[in-house]
Design a protein around this ligand. Structure first.
Ligand SMILES: *[C@@H]1O[C@H](CO)[C@@H](O)[C@H](O)[C@H]1NC(C)=O
Length: 614
């Protein structure tokens, strides 16, 4: 191209750019991307707030500046206002109380998310109520199915056809199918329709019945009840033998009632509880929104692992769900993940490869193991037998040599160790084991976690301080246990050993609060009140008043101590300069109002300085 033509083109281009820039309204011209960002100023400042920081260096503040998702400065309005630039958003809270985002120290996050989409049966007290709720859920689900577009119906039919073939070979075709709760039964036979039509119809039904079969599990996950269709699909009938470690409850005539206990539940899970990846991904998103709604900005996910469940399940959650959410930028809450202890070397390799954090959202915590079961199923391990069951002291689910060896290996490779212990004997055994670990591997900042630490023998609480142990406890469980623990272990033992939060703090433990969701709901504001007042609904006096905590102690256990308990106290847990700006805004208009009447819910939740709820 000749030089002249070239420069003419160039001139034309310059003219066009100049003309366009003149057409753009003036304020916009200055914020073209190449304008260097002014780094003297904050993205947002909170003013006129009552900020509880959970930072002992400055317990309260009334203003906070946030930049790039982190706390830039916190203190008085006077000290923060110079960070207010032209583009700084100001949030005047008119006195509202602000707390650091809550940390839930013990959740089964994906399982919790799945349960949110299931029939809510918690708190059901009567058979009629039980049936009514199931019926209502069935009705809702059937209506949801009817409202699909014709395209969806087509898709159903295609999918159903494949399913139908499968079911056909399972020889279900001429069976009578009854659907519990929806109140009708249907006879489907090959004689009434042409082969293809009946397959399609049956397939269509089964596709829908997939959600119309009923499986309801007990809140502790140790027992469940299936309807007749679910039993039929799973092939359980009077000729099915009880599996080892489980019971199929039967009528006097030997017919299964639908109630399945412990390993017998596996007979159903193998067939009907195949949760798809898509459902689990949705469960994570649902769980995240649920937690944010309750003011929780970080959770410690101890996985779907309980004794008897494959170690792979937690790993699948990691690779199919968390890594997916990470790569698709779907993470909206911080998680700290614990993996089954038998797989400690995989965790160690993973950390060698990626470091301890995949991003600001996903942190690799350590390993988790079990020493005993639960009080509800009489399998927590005690020094004395269960009430009315003289031979039963509970269950030790992992032998001590294995547990010690794996703990030593995990600890040596730098992994944090968390072990489930509920009964007083299980807790004593763990405390002895930690002494051995310290003797063999030496003193270091290991933050060994005892999960639950629910019933402690006299003197046990005082042993937590010696090695700086974490007691990862769930206050809201005491609301149920206040009435039921006495039946299991006798009221005298229950009174002296249960949820000894005050004794643990006095004994030097680091207290970290959690919910064990979905066993209890995620609800830090509720847990804080429970720890302060220890009063189940309808109670006039606290259960074991000497173990009540103060508001400040309870708040710390859900914020800074919980962050310490999972090695995340350098980034979250308090509102301090340099940490993530994760916080909640409460409806309370002053500290006085807040401390005399802790509200039941948060107004808003912010993660990395951005509003995440509502
Ligand atoms: C916030 O708003 C209140 C009135 O609602 C006002 O009195 C106060 O001065 C404001 N704070 C700041 C820092 O502007």
């Amino acid at each position: 191209m000749p030089l002249a033509a070239h420069s003419a083109l160039l001139a034309a281009a310059v003219a066009i750019v100049a003309a366009v820039s003149l057409l753009v309204p003036p304020p916009f011209r200055f914020s073209f991307p190449w304008t260097p960002r002014d780094h003297r100023f904050a993205d947002m400042v909170l003013t006129s707030a009552t900020i509880y920081t959970a930072d002992p260096a400055r317990p309260f503040a009334d203003a906070m500046a946030v930049r790039d998702g982190r706390v830039l400065r916190i203190g008085t309005y006077q000290s923060v206002k110079e960070l207010k630039g032209r583009h700084t958003r100001e949030l005047n809270l008119s006195g509202n109380v602000v707390l650091p985002g809550f940390i839930d120290s013990h959740v089964h996050f994906i399982e919790g998310g799945l349960q949110l989409a299931r029939v809510p049966l918690r708190g059901v007290r009567s058979k009629d109520d039980f049936i009514a709720r199931v019926k209502e859920a069935v009705t809702v689900i059937s209506q949801l199915n009817k409202s699909g577009s014709s395209l969806r119906v087509m898709l159903f039919l295609v999918l159903a056809f494949a399913k139908a073939l499968y079911q056909y070979f399972l020889d279900l075709l001429s069976e009578q199918i009854s659907i519990l709760g929806s109140g009708f039964s249907e006879e489907v036979g090959t004689t009434m329709f042409g082969e293809v039509t009946s397959l399609l119809l049956l397939g269509w039904m089964i596709y829908h019945l997939k959600i119309l079969y009923v499986w309801l599990s007990r809140m502790d996950g140790h027992m469940g009840v299936a309807n007749s269709l679910a039993m039929k699909i799973a092939g359980i009938d009077k000729n099915t033998n009880d599996p080892i470690g489980g019971t199929i409850m039967r009528t006097t005539k030997g017919e299964p009632t639908g109630l399945l206990v412990d390993t017998a539940m596996k007979l159903i899970f193998d067939v009907i509880q195949k949760v798809s990846n898509r459902e689990r991904k949705e469960a994570l998103l649902r769980a995240s929104r649920h937690a944010l709604m309750r003011g929780v900005t970080t959770v410690v996910d101890v996985g779907s692992y309980f004794p008897g469940v494959s170690d792979e399940k937690t790993w699948q959650d990691f690779s199919d769900i968390y890594k997916w959410a990470h790569s698709m930028e779907k993470m909206i809450i911080r998680v700290c993940l614990f993996f089954p202890m038998p797989t400690w070397s995989r965790v160690s390799d993973l950390i060698d490869e990626n470091g301890r954090s995949l991003s600001q959202w996903i942190h690799l915590g350590g390993v988790k193991a079990f020493l005993d079961g639960s009080v509800g199923s009489s399998s927590a391990l005690f020094h004395e037998p269960y009430e009315g069951d003289p031979g039963n002291y509970g269950l030790q689910v992992t032998d001590m040599d294995t547990l010690l060896n794996r703990t030593l290996e995990s600890d040596k490779s730098g992994l944090q160790v968390a072990i489930h212990a509920i009964g007083d004997k299980a807790n004593d055994m763990l405390l002895d084991m930690v002494d051995m670990v310290v003797n063999l591997n030496g003193v270091k900042d290991r933050r060994f976690r005892i999960e639950h630490a629910q019933h402690l023998a006299p003197g046990a609480a005082n042993r937590f301080g010696k090695h700086g142990l974490i007691a990862s406890v769930q206050p809201d469980h005491l609301l149920d246990d206040a009435t039921s623990a006495g039946n299991k272990i006798g009221s005298e033992r229950a009174e002296r050993s249960s949820y000894t939060f005050r004794s643990l703090l006095t004994g030097g433990a680091q207290l970290a609060f959690g919910s064990d969701w979905p066993v209890s709901d995620i609800n830090p504001l509720q847990a804080i009140q429970t720890a302060m007042f220890r009063k189940p609904p309808g109670w006039e006096v606290p259960w074991i008043p000497a173990e009540c905590l103060t508001l400040d102690e309870s708040l710390k256990a859900h914020t800074i101590s919980a962050a310490y308990a999972c090695f995340l106290d350098h980034v979250v847990g308090s509102l301090s300069e340099g940490k993530y700006a994760d916080f909640v805004v409460l409806p309370s208009r002053s500290w006085d109002e807040f401390s005399t009447d802790v509200p039941g819910k948060v107004l808003a939740t912010y993660v990395s300085g951005k509003q995440a709820y509502p």
